[in-house]
Design a protein around this ligand. Structure first.
Ligand code: ADP
Ligand code: MG
Length: 678
C-alpha cells in the first residue's frame, strides 16, 4: 500500500475537494490519516426526548410520525418532520433541503444529532444530522471533529476519512519495535490510527493517542540524538590551540568569575581543543554572566588564529554585546565590529571587505550575519544568543560560513531538563546555575489592583530618589494594533493623571527599530523617568538606574515571561523591586504569584510554571520556533516525554546512527525529509 499516493485517489475526493484538502496541507494518503481530530462529540447515547434541555446538543431517536412537509417562507423553504419516542414527540426542522421530503419513511426509526430548543415545553431540533436507527454514519457513536475551514464540512471530511481508514486498516506497517510496544504498553499502529479517528470509547481514544504521541516524540527525540551523533564523528572540526589560555582573559574582568562560570568554561575549552566540532547549549538565568563566558570562548578562537561570530536577536542587544566585548578585548588587541541592518551601505561594504581579509576578529550582529554576502576569512566559532530559538536550520546556516566551526548556543530561558532535551537534543548542555555574588535579590510583591494608589506612592518615592521605573502593559492577545492602543492608553493615564510631573514615554514592538533604539537610549541616559512598554523590553539594554518593574495584569503572563521581564531590573547597585499587579481570586493565580514572590531562580520557576499550567503558553515569547507537533503536547504529555527520553537514549547508546534499527531510522528520516524545523 502506498501511503504517499495523492489524496485524489481516495474514494470521495473529487477535483474540488482535492483543492480544499491541499489547503489544509493534506496532499497524500498519509497526510490525510495523520490529520487528527481537534475534538470529538459523543453521539453514542440517545436521550429520551422528554429529558432534553434547551440549548444542548444531543442525540435523540424516534419513529417518523409524519411525512416530511414543506413550508414556504420568504426566500427559503422549511422542511418539517415530527418524530416520537417512548416519552414524547419532537419536531425536526431543516431549511432549504427539499430532497429530505423523500428521505424518511413513516413508521421507521431514525436517530438525530443536533441542537435542542425547548419552546414552551415543545421540543424542537433544528438542522440535525441523522441516520436510520442502527446505522452509525453521523450519529450513534463518538464522532471526530476536525480543525476545518468553512468550505469543507465535517460530514464530508469524515466520510473521506472513513474511506481512507478502510483502505489502510490492517495494512499500515509497524515502525515501532515489538519490544518497545510491549514494554511501554502501547497499541499497534493500525489500531491507533483507526481509534484516533473513530474511537469506540474514551479508553480506546486514550490508548490510541498515547501510542501516537509516543511515536511522534520518539521520532523527534531520536532525530535530534542521531543528528548529534553525526556531528560527533563524521565531520572534522577545528582543534583550537591548547596553549591559548582562557585564564588570560579571565584576569581582565573587573570581577571574579563564579564557580559555575568556571565550570562551564572548562567544558567549553575542552570541547574547543578537541577535533570534533563543539555543539553546546549554554543555559543560564538572566544575569548569570553568559556574556563573559562567550567572550572567553571568542578570545580562545581568535588567539588560535580564527574569527568568531556572535549573533543576537536584536540590534540593541548586539550593540550592548559589542560594548562589553570591546571593554575587555580591545586591551588584548582583538578587533570587534558590529553588523546590523541599520548601518550605511558604505560602511557595510567596507566592513564586509575587512571581514573577508581577516582584519576583523569578532563580528557581532543580528540576523544580518546570516546574509549571503557575509563572508569570513576563517570562521572558527559561532555564538548565538537566543532569546528565542533560532532553530536548527538557522544555526546550520551561519555555521556553513566556516569549515565546521564550533557552535555555542546561549539561552536565557531556563527550562527543565526534559524540555531542553527535546528542544535542544542535538546539543550538549552546560548550565550556569549560580548568580554572581552580592546580587541583591529583587524584592517581588504581588498586589491586588485595588492597592494601585499605594503602588504609585511607592514608585514616586523611588523616582524622587533618582531612580527610574518600567511599567509593562497587560498582554493583549496576538493583536499588535490593540496592543499598541493599550500602551498608548496606559501611557496617557500615567502621563496625565498619575505622574504629570515626570517624564513618561512608551515603547512598542510596532515602532520602527530606529525609534525603539532612540527611546531605549533616552531611558538609559535618564532622559525618561518612567517607561511604559509591552514585552519588547524583555530583550533590552541594561539600565542599572532602573530599579522598579511594575507589571500590569500580571496574571495574564506566563511565569517564565514574568521572570524574564523582572530580569530587566536589579542590574545596578540599587535594591530593586518587581510589583505584580493582578486581578482574580483563583487558586492558580494566587499560587503563581506566590512562586514569583518566593524565588528568583528561573529553573524553579519554569518547573512550577509547567506544574501549574499543565498546558498552554508556558514559553510565552519562546513559543516561536517550537517544533510543530501533530498530536503531542509537551506539557500534557510530559510523562510520555520522560518515558520516550529513556527509550531514545537507550536505543542511541546501543545503535548511535540507527544502523541496526531500520524501521526507526525510516521514522527519523521522515522527520528530516519533511523539513520539520526541529
Ligand atoms: P546574561 O547571562 O543575562 O547574559 P550578562 O552576561 O549580561 O548576563 O551579565 C550580567 C551582568 O553581570 C553584567 O553586568 C556582567 O558584567 C556581570 N557579571 C558577569 N559575571 C560576573 C561575575 N562573576 N561577578 C560579578 N559580575 C558579573
Ligand atoms: Mg545575555
Amino acid at each position: 500500500m502506498d501511503l504517499l499516493k495523492d489524496v485524489k485517489y481516495i474514494k470521495g475526493v473529487g477535483p474540488n475537494r482535492v483543492k480544499l484538502l491541499n489547503k489544509l496541507g493534506i496532499f497524500t494518503l498519509k497526510d490525510l490519516i495523520t490529520y487528527y481530530p481537534r475534538t470529538y462529540e459523543d453521539r453514542s447515547i440517545s436521550k429520551n426526548i422528554c429529558e432534553c434541555v434547551d440549548g444542548e446538543e444531543t442525540t435523540i431517536e424516534g419513529i417518523a410520525y409524519s411525512r416530511v412537509s414543506e413550508v414556504r417562507l420568504p426566500r427559503k423553504t422549511m422542511q418539517k418532520l415530527i418524530i416520537r419516542d417512548e416519552t414524547m414527540t419532537a419536531m425536526i426542522t431543516w431549511f432549504n433541503q427539499p430532497y429530505l421530503k423523500t428521505k424518511f419513511e413513516q413508521g421507521k426509526r431514525y436517530r438525530f444529532y443536533g441542537k435542542i430548543s425547548n419552546k414552551y415545553g415543545k421540543i424542537e431540533m433544528v438542522s440535525p444530522v441523522f441516520d436510520e436507527a442502527g446505522k452509525t454514519q453521523n450519529t450513534g457513536r463518538i464522532v471526530p471533529i476536525y480543525p476545518l475551514t468553512y468550505q469543507l464540512s465535517q460530514n464530508t471530511l469524515r466520510k473521506i476519512m472513513e474511506n481512507a481508514i478502510m483502505e489502510v486498516k490492517g495494512n499500515l506497517k509497524e515502525l515501532l519495535p515489538e519490544e518497545i510496544l510491549k514494554k511501554n504498553n502501547l497499541c499497534g499502529i493500525n489500531e491507533a490510527i483507526v481509534s484516533i479517528h473513530f474511537p469506540k470509547d474514551l479508553g480506546d481514544y486514550k490508548k490510541a493517542r498515547t501510542r501516537l504521541v509516543f511515536e511522534e516524540l520518539l521520532s523527534t527525540q531520536l532525530a535530534l540524538l542521531v543528528l548529534k551523533n553525526n556531528y560527533l564523528t563524521e565531520e572534522d572540526g577545528i582543534e583550537f590551540d591548547r596553549n591559548v589560555k582562557i585564564s588570560d582573559v579571565i584576569n581582565q574582568f573587573p570581577f571574579k568569575l563564579t564557580k559555575a562560570q568556571l565550570r562551564v568554561l572548562e567544558e567549553i575549552e575542552s570541547d574547543m581543543e578537541r577535533k570534533r566540532p563543539m555543539n553546546r547549549l549554554l543555559q543560564g538565568d538572566v544575569g548569570s554572566g553568559k556574556t563573559a563566558v562567550a567572550m572567553c570562548a571568542a578570545y580562545k578562537a581568535v588567539k588560535s588564529g580564527y574569527q568568531a561570530a556572535v549573533m543576537a536577536p536584536t540590534a540593541i542587544l548586539a550593540t550592548q554585546h559589542l560594548e562589553n566585548f570591546n571593554n575587555i578585548l580591545q586591551k588584548l588587541d582583538i578587533k570587534c565590529e558590529l553588523l546590523i541592518s541599520g548601518i550605511t551601505k558604505k560602511k557595510k561594504t567596507e566592513l564586509l571587505e575587512r571581514l573577508k581579509n581577516g582584519d576583523i576578529d569578532i563580528l557581532i550582529g543580528t540576523h544580518a550575519l546570516i546574509e549571503e554576502n557575509v563572508e569570513f576569512k576563517n570562521l572558527g566559532l559561532v555564538v548565538t544568543d537566543e532569546q528565542h530559538r533560532f532553530g536548527v536550520k538557522q544555526r546550520t546556516r551561519i555555521a556553513e560560513k566556516g569549515d565546521n566551526p564550533d557552535i555555542l548556543v546561549m539561552s536565557a530561558t531556563p527550562i527543565p531538563r526534559t524540555l531542553a532535551l527535546i528542544l535542544y537534543g542535538d546539543l550538549d548542555i552546560s548550565i550556569i546555575d549560580e548568580l554572581p555574588p552580592n546580587r541583591k535579590k529583587i524584592e517581588t510583591f504581588a498586589v491586588s489592583k485595588k492597592l494601585e494608589e499605594r503602588v504609585n506612592g511607592f514608585i514616586q518615592k523611588q523616582i524622587e530618589e533618582g531612580r527610574q521605573a518600567y511599567i509593562v502593559c497587560p498582554l493583549v492577545e496576538e493583536n499588535e494594533e490593540m496592543d499598541l492602543q493599550s500602551v498608548i492608553n496606559l501611557c496617557e493615564k500615567y502621563k496625565k493623571d498619575i505622574f504629570p510631573q515626570y517624564r513618561v514615554e512608551y515603547i512598542h514592538g510596532k515602532m520602527r527599530p530606529k525609534e525603539k533604539d532612540e527611546i531605549m537610549l533616552a531611558f538609559k541616559e535618564h532622559k525618561i523617568d518612567i517607561l511604559i512598554s509591552t514585552t519588547v523590553i524583555e530583550v533590552g539594554v541594561d539600565v542599572p538606574n532602573a530599579n522598579i518593574m511594575v507589571i500590569e495584569d500580571a496574571q495574564r503572563f506566563g511565569l517564565a515571561q514574568l521572570h524574564q521581564l523582572r530580569g530587566r531590573v536589579g542590574r545596578g547597585e540599587y535594591q530593586s523591586y518587581c510589583i505584580l499587579k493582578y486581578e482574580g481570586k483563583s487558586d492558580t493565580v494566587r499560587k503563581r504569584m506566590k512562586v514569583m514572590c518566593d524565588t528568583n531562580d528561573g529553573f524553579i520557576i519554569s518547573e512550577k510554571d509547567l506544574e501549574l499550567r499543565g498546558s498552554g503558553d508556558f514559553f510565552g515569547t519562546m513559543q516561536h520556533g517550537l517544533p510543530e507537533f501533530k498530536i503531542a503536547n509537551l506539557f500534557e504529555d510530559m510523562p510520555v516525554l520522560k518515558q520516550v527520553q529513556k527509550v531514545a537514549q537507550k536505543i542511541v547508546i546501543e545503535d548511535p546512527k540507527l544502523e541496526k534499527n531500520i524501521q526507526l531510522k525510516s521514522l527519523v528520516d521522515d522527520k528530516f525529509n519533511k523539513r520539520i524545523e526541529i
